[in-house]
Unconditional design. Structure first.
Length: 339
């Protein structure tokens, strides 16, 4: 048996985390993740972005109450942040270009190989854009920078895992959701043409198409139905039913979400009302828009998912030092309840 063999099931890997982290192959995962996060920072610093730290405790749940943790805060109801989105948008009016490396929390009732309740979110936002394609180009520059740095600095770790850097074409292809769904239908016969989003098998199929047609393991998918995306996402003026948001799909899984944001105060208020958000709960955010905001957009990568798919890990929990999910907070929660 090779010294790099690690024939342990995931529950065992996590139940004995303080010991399994000592294994050189497990340590290698987090060497790669360190480079991913550091490269994200340096890519944006080179473009004159400023780093900030967003709060984790927020006063409202503007991005979906069903997937947010409510906490008691000195007798008041508050929440754990799903993203730093509202803060990074607000700061664009002050610093123009900002980014953050933040822990964020998702109360998704999901036990899958790709979901965690606490993740490291790599967020960026910038102003004075002309259209959403500028945001796509910045996101593309950033992920290419990250992959190049991992390739240069983590050759030993990649070899240890038998991993390869994803293939990326000169320009990562971008395709609208409905066009992608039509391609999937033509290729597989599976009819997803009116769905609001991709199912996991759709993400895998559009990645296969991208690799075959464009030679790229990565593909951007844009123009999701407006009513199913966050209230601040900019509707396409030519077809307002769909918006100028996009996801980056890599090796069969979403790596990033982003797009252009609404900067017009009146339109934003209309969306707040339509999405049934209480304006007083996001007063600080709306205050910035009331006094003028430039056209803006941004994106957010998941550090664990990037690490997972660079190394070909089977479960995103392997790419988290101390993963949190529905069943575990360091120890399995069922073991606590049994005591």
């Amino acid at each position: 048996m090779s010294k790099d063999d690690l024939n342990l099931e995931l529950p065992t890997l996590l139940d004995y985390r303080s010991l399994t982290l000592r294994h050189r192959k497990i340590k290698a995962i987090f060497r790669v993740q360190e480079v991913v996060i550091d490269a994200f920072r340096r890519a944006l610093q080179a473009k004159e972005f400023m780093e900030f730290q967003a709060p984790s405790i927020i006063s409202s749940a503007p991005e979906g109450g069903a997937e947010i943790f409510e906490i008691e805060y000195f007798g008041h109801k508050t929440y754990l942040a799903q993203s730093p989105q509202l803060y990074k948008s607000l700061l664009v009016s002050i610093f123009e270009r900002v980014f953050s490396v933040n822990k964020v929390f998702r109360a998704e009732p999901s036990v899958t190989t790709r979901h965690l309740t606490e993740i490291v979110s790599l967020d960026a936002e910038f102003g004075f854009i002309e259209d959403y394609m500028e945001v796509k180009e910045m996101a593309e520059y950033t992920i290419k920078f990250i992959l190049d740095e991992v390739s240069k600095k983590c050759a030993k770790e990649l070899e240890m895992w038998g991993a390869t850097i994803p293939s990326v074409s000169k320009s990562i292809p971008i395709i609208k959701l409905r066009d992608a769904q039509k391609i999937i239908f033509e290729r597989t016969g599976r009819d997803c043409r009116n769905e609001k989003d991709f199912a996991p098998e759709d993400e895998r199929e559009i990645c296969r198409w991208s690799k075959e047609v464009h030679g790229s393991d990565l593909v951007f998918v844009s123009h999701y139905p407006t009513k199913y995306r966050p209230f601040y996402t900019y509707p396409d003026p030519d077809d307002p039913e769909f918006n100028m948001g996009f996801d980056l799909i890599g090796r069969g899984t979403e790596w990033m979400t982003g797009g252009r944001r609404i900067h017009d105060y009146k339109i934003l208020l209309d969306h707040v009302k339509e999405w049934k958000i209480t304006p007083e709960n996001i007063e600080l955010y709306l205050q910035a828009y009331k006094y003028g905001m430039p056209p803006l957009g941004g994106f957010a990568f998941g550090a664990e998912r990037i690490t997972m798919h660079i190394l070909g890990l089977k479960n995103v929990r392997e790419a988290s030092l101390f993963p949190r999910d529905m069943e575990r907070v360091d120890v399995r929660l069922s073991s606590i309840n049994e005591k």
